[in-house]
Design a protein around this ligand. Structure first.
Ligand SMILES: Cc1cc2nc3c(=O)[nH]c(=O)nc-3n(C[C@H](O)[C@H](O)[C@H](O)COP(=O)(O)OP(=O)(O)OC[C@H]3O[C@@H](n4cnc5c(N)ncnc54)[C@H](O)[C@@H]3O)c2cc1C
Length: 512
């Protein structure tokens, strides 16, 4: 590529002959000027035409813009004696921004929880997600379409869907991410890493669209299904050939699961199911629905297969339709008795034992998204000039950054502690000991999320309210942080659960 001096570039500063320098690269904007979305006048400004426009450019555009082919091809050379200093991370790279990664991934820091094997796994997972999933995530978040079968197939090839279900028997005999981790060593920290990586693309709808329904709906089949049902359904779902959703909530009953009105009436070897379910994640494309029903002897969970007696209708929410959020109707749908999960009338324990993992997963993804927002704010506050100085020179802005960082670090430390408990407890112990702490943790992290969203909005100003461009990640997070407050148990209900569980364990003789 040609090498130019500053003097040579300076000669090209008029209409039809317009060059500028961005980060040591020389661009010819002569033909592009008329197409510039912000109008051509800004390109003829004194600080741009024939000049080094690096600061002006990065004050207005994201670094990835220059990588797009239509802009990359405007580069005609490099600036003599200059080097490109602005780095766009390559797939697998760690962020170099302070607090852009959790401590365990930050150079020179230590952690009691992770080994070098976890670090190797993290690199492989990040590379996989950035290469295979990120382009799909960005596309689906925007166009609202469901995740493509092609990407699902690539995930199942490396057993990503199986790993999302956590450690357990379902991993036995599988090669996990090309052998990066063995089924025997796979633990909840590996799963935490996956949940963290999949939530780094700045789109909350896709975080649910990437088969969250199976993650929350398959465990009841794995733990309570008959051997025949398990042998058929688990491989289909883990291979991404069939999709599954958890269908508990109704218009009549959300937090109060006991208020469900969908009924299942016994008729010989079948249940006849009638009723509706609301806000069912992945419901629009699910083949199976793990469904809570009212039966004669109480609450029972059934695995329902989509057929002509089941219909789904999209519910418009404030996040992307890529999540496949559905209103589900069962019209005298016949379900084989063999599809009963757990004992008839004992559905509440099937569902309650499932909640811990769902709430823990949501805490992982929520925290990951929050950390990305903190990183965006640190970058923006450093590069945005106001009143002649970077935003970071304002104490009020530094105060907001301090609060955001503190919330994320507090949540991360709590999450890692809980994950360590999960690694060292049986499933029964987890159910009895961790429901309260996980409820409190989820509530805290969700509440922190809305506070982070508010602070980030102030830091980004108008760009936080603009769907594309500089503030797009913050805009998405601000619009969708409430999903973490409501899904898998609302913030207040979770906080209350945590305290109620603690009250149960209060010694009767404890006094001040
Ligand atoms: C986008 C989306 C996806 C979802 N995906 C699924 C899914 O896949 N499967 C599924 O089964 N469900 C799903 N849900 C349902 C979700 O779990 C419920 O919305 C949630 O549990 C709250 O229930 P609700 O909305 O009926 O609120 P309600 O139960 O009506 O509560 C309303 C408000 O009152 C508060 N409240 C209720 N009880 C108490 C109390 N005892 N103390 C203090 N405050 C209280 C709550 O905090 C809540 O904010 C989804 C919801 C949404 C919006």
């Amino acid at each position: 590529m040609a090498v130019y001096t500053e003097e040579e570039v300076a000669k090209h500063s008029k209409e039809g002959d317009l060059w500028c320098i961005i980060d040591g690269r020389v661009y010819d904007l002569s033909k592009f000027a008329g197409l510039h979305p912000g109008g051509e006048n800004v390109l003829f400004a004194e600080s741009v035409a024939g000049k080094d426009a690096t600061n002006v450019f990065y004050g207005l555009h994201r670094a990835e813009v220059l990588q797009r082919p239509q802009y990359a091809r405007l580069q005609i050379g490099t600036l003599q004696g200059a080097e490109s200093v602005i780095k766009v991370p390559a797939p697998g790279d760690l962020s170099r921004v302070p607090y852009g990664e959790p401590t365990w991934l930050s150079s020179g820091f230590h952690s009691p929880y992770y080994t070098d094997r976890h670090r190797k796994f993290q690199t492989a997972v990040r590379t996989f997600f950035e290469e295979v999933v990120k382009p799909e995530a960005i596309k689906c978040e925007e166009n609202g379409k469901r995740i493509s079968q092609e990407v699902v197939d690539k995930m199942s090839e490396v057993n990503m869907i199986a790993m999302r279900l956590g450690p357990g028997k379902h991993l036995q005999g599988r090669t996990l991410l090309n052998g990066t981790v063995t089924p025997e060593e796979f633990d909840y920290f590996h799963e935490l890493i996956i949940n963290t990586e999949l939530a780094r693309f700045g789109g909350r709808g896709f975080v649910d669209g990437i088969l969250a329904g199976a993650v929350i709906g398959l465990p009841p089949v794995m733990n309570f299904g008959s051997p025949e049902l398990k042998a058929r359904v688990i491989p289909e779902v883990l291979s991404g050939k069939k999709y599954l959703a958890l269908a508990i909530t109704e218009a009549f009953a959300g937090s109060d699961v006991s208020g469900l009105q969908t009924t299942a009436v016994r008729d010989g070897d079948f249940w006849v199911v009638t009723g509706t379910k609301k806000w069912i994640t992945n419901g629009m494309f699910a083949d199976y629905f793990t469904t809570g029903c009212k039966t004669e002897t109480g609450f029972t969970v059934l695995l329902i297969e989509r057929n002509d007696s089941l219909s789904t209708k999209a519910i418009k929410t404030s996040y992307s339709p890529t999540a496949g959020t559905a209103y589900v109707t069962f019209d005298k749908l016949r379900v084989p008795i063999g599809n009963t999960l757990g004992e008839v009338g004992n559905g509440m324990s099937v569902i309650l034992s499932n909640f811990n993992h769902e709430r823990w997963m949501l805490t992982c993804t929520a925290l990951s998204a929050q950390r990305v927002v903190v990183e965006e704010c640190l970058k923006w506050a450093t590069q945005r000039m106001v009143f002649g100085k970077p935003l970071t020179s304002q104490a009020v802005i530094r105060g907001k950054l301090a609060a955001m960082i503190s919330r994320v670090e507090a949540g991360q430390n709590w999450l890692e502690n809980v994950t360590h408990q999960m690694n060292n407890m049986s499933y029964a112990e987890m159910s009895s000991k961790l429901a309260g702490p996980i409820g409190l943790m989820k509530s805290f992290v969700a509440k922190s999320g809305t506070e982070i969203a508010n602070d980030a909005t102030q830091i980004f100003g108008g760009r936080a309210l603009t769907v594309t461009g500089m503030g797009k990640v913050v805009e998405n997070y601000k619009r969708t942080s409430a999903f973490d407050q409501i899904l898998a148990g609302s913030e207040d209900v979770m906080a209350d659960l945590g305290v109620r569980q603690a009250m149960k364990k209060m010694p009767s003789n404890a006094r001040l």
